[in-house]
Design a binder for this molecule. Structure first.
Ligand code: TSX
Ligand code: MN
Length: 604
């Protein structure tokens, strides 16, 4: 679609939504300043104490608008089969009618902003462009951080670059059908009528009724993952829910690792890891989304298409992620955290004891017996340029060469601390079988296993079985030597007394060291039914107080419980019906026969 198409589309959306005015965004610092000024005047933003937290703001959402809404997220492909068993689907023509009804006059009395943005460095062959229309200045301010908002995007479109149209409205017009004006609120939204809609064939996004980041910052989950995954399928690349880091060894050799984890596994913490072992360095390229594409030599190249971090605040502290804490010391938008009496922010886990006189995320005086002061899904949002551990090459237009891919989950049992896959196909099996124990009552029964293949369950824009097949085909398009090696990790295994067996956090650098030694052929490992694990003595435990017994438990492969795991995986695979690639069934039966021929799990 050309620049003329863009202008026509903006005109069409304006005549549908009927805003008071239309404002084209250029991404300038002045524009951001005036938006922030407006947000403070509207009461959406509270300016934090500039002595403690310069250029930073707190937003409090409507308590009904605090998270992504999966049951209202739709993949509207022409055929239901293409959305697959893991997505909500509605016929595109039916949904279009619904959307027209929802958006009709939805911006009355408001300003309609047109935001041209890039996912990836402008001009890079891996970059995708988008234009988001929104009636939310909070979205404008957040898009400034999370994407590259720029008039240069229009130049790219003028030169013929493809772009994704994305329309967003909070769904709360200020003038009703009778022409009566209503007063605005600090967080307008329409929680009963939320829709987050994707049309994969025409690459369009329509989001209605929610101002919350995951539903409204449409460059992120909607474009970079759901629409991105469809583009990747059609064009031979991958859009993944992954972090991206550079690891530098004591020999000053550089490696690039990406990793996919379901929520509550500490993806952002790993993205900003400060290694405990001397001589090793980890630098951040991204914490949430990675686009991966084979280059001419068959190596997989990766970029982070985002421009900022939008991370969960609770649990983030100087102990768990000191780099994140430093990176948010200025220029940060906080959403739904608690406010301290001196105008700074607080959340559960930031310090052991809550400071006195907190105002909670709903704006009420808080006492320790009142439940959490910050919403469990409260967020910090700062630009990549704030990141103290930022890798200087993070914007390299050609991306970085991937050396290893990690798949993880939160598993108290079965899954060892680390295991290397036997092949690309086995690695794809590891990705397809990612599962995590639920940690919050909001997700359902705590401790129950939730399958989250490739950590993409809520983000795959097409049939998940076809997605597995696409992953398998990426392995066939290259040689085994050129491909990154795939590993499974689990920081969360527990012992008989319910204690974590592995200290995690900075100590995960020891696992990364073993992974890199595997890449270099410096250690042999031991073959187990589930993959290659460190042989006795290979994992660097210098200066670490992990008992011999805990270590054995960390790597134990128990036949009985793994037989149950295999059956659970079989049932999960059955949900994909005939579309499930037979290679994955093959991997499952290979695992089963390896378990039956059980070799000692960790022989000496
Ligand atoms: O992020 C985590 N990581 C990855 C770090 C780079 N978390 C937090 C998860 C919630 C977002 C972890 N929690 C990790 C981990 O490696 N490991 C654990 C489990 C754990 C928690 C507390 C301790 C140890 C392990 N405490 C002590 O051992 C004292
Ligand atoms: Mn994410």
């Amino acid at each position: 679609m050309s620049l003329v198409d863009l202008k026509n589309w903006v005109g069409e959306v304006a005549s549908l939504t009927k805003p008071d005015s239309v404002q084209w965004c250029d991404g300038s610092a002045n524009e951001l300043e005036s938006i922030k000024y407006l947000l403070v005047r509207n009461g959406t933003f509270i300016k934090l104490n500039p002595e403690l937290r310069p250029d930073s703001y707190l937003a409090r959402t409507d308590p009904r608008d605090v998270a992504r809404v999966e049951e209202r997220t739709f993949i509207c492909s022409e055929s239901e089969q293409d959305a697959g068993p893991t997505n909500n689907w509605m016929e595109p023509s039916v949904m279009r009618t619904l959307m027209r009804e929802s958006f009709l006059g939805s911006m009355r009395g408001r300003t309609m902003y047109v935001i041209p943005f890039a996912m990836g460095p402008i001009g890079s062959p891996l970059t995708q462009y988008g234009v988001e229309i929104t009636d939310s200045p909070y979205v404008v301010a957040s898009m400034h951080i999370m994407t590259r908002v720029s008039a240069d995007v229009l130049k790219q479109i003028e030169k013929g670059a493809e772009w994704v149209p994305a329309v967003h409205s909070v769904g709360m017009p200020l003038i009703d059908d009778m022409g009566n004006k209503t007063k605005d609120v600090s967080w307008p939204c329409n929680p009963e009528k939320v829709y987050v809609v994707h049309y994969p064939e025409t690459r369009e996004i329509w989001s209605y009724g929610s101002g919350y980041g995951g539903n409204s910052l449409l460059g992120k989950k909607a474009l970079a993952l759901r629409i991105g995954s469809v583009m990747g399928r059609d064009q031979g690349w991958l859009a993944e829910h992954m972090l991206l880091i550079r690891v530098t060894s004591p020999e000053q050799k550089q490696y690039h690792l990406s990793a996919a984890f379901p929520s509550a596994c500490g993806k952002t913490n790993l993205a900003m890891l400060q290694p405990s072992i001397p001589g090793w360095k980890v630098e951040t390229l991204g914490d949430d989304i990675v686009w991966i594409r084979p280059d001419a030599s068959g190596r997989l190249r990766a970029i982070n298409p985002e421009n900022g971090l939008f991370g969960v605040a609770p649990g983030t502290s100087a102990n768990t992620n000191s780099a994140a804490i430093e990176s948010m010391s200025y220029g940060t938008i906080f959403t739904n955290v608690a406010l301290t009496k001196d105008g700074d922010v607080w959340w559960e886990g930031l310090s052991k004891v809550a400071p006195e006189g907190l105002i909670d995320w709903k704006g009420n005086q808080w006492e320790p017996d009142m439940g959490p002061a910050a919403h469990p899904n409260s967020r910090f949002c700062f630009p990549m340029s704030n990141t103290t551990t930022l890798c200087q090459d993070w914007e390299k237009p050609e991306g970085v060469e991937l050396d290893a891919i990690l798949f993880g989950g939160r598993r108290a049992t079965n899954v060892p601390l680390v295991a290397k896959s036997y092949s690309w196909q086995h690695g794809v099996f590891m990705g397809a079988t990612i599962s995590s124990e639920q940690t919050a009552a909001a997700e359902g029964p705590v401790g129950k296993l939730r399958r989250d293949p490739f950590a993409m369950l809520p983000f795959c824009g097409y049939n998940m079985a076809d997605y597995f097949d696409h992953w398998l085909s990426m392995g066939e398009s290259s040689t085994p030597e050129a491909l990154p090696k795939i590993f499974q990790v689990n920081w969360f295994r527990k012992g008989a007394e319910g204690q974590f067996l592995w200290p995690g956090f900075a100590e995960n650098s020891r696992v990364i060291e073993w992974i890199i030694n595997q890449l270099e052929g410096k250690n042999k490992g031991v073959a187990t039914p589930v993959g290659i694990v460190p042989a006795e003595g290979e994992l660097n435990l210098f200066g670490l107080a992990v008992s011999e017994q805990d270590l054995d438990e960390l790597f134990e492969i128990d036949f009985e419980s793994w037989s149950i795991e295999v059956e659970s995986t079989r049932a999960f695979f059955a949900g994909f019906g005939k579309k499930l690639p037979m290679q994955l069934e093959l991997e499952l039966s290979s695992l089963e026969s390896r378990l039956k021929g059980q070799v000692p799990s960790r022989s000496v």
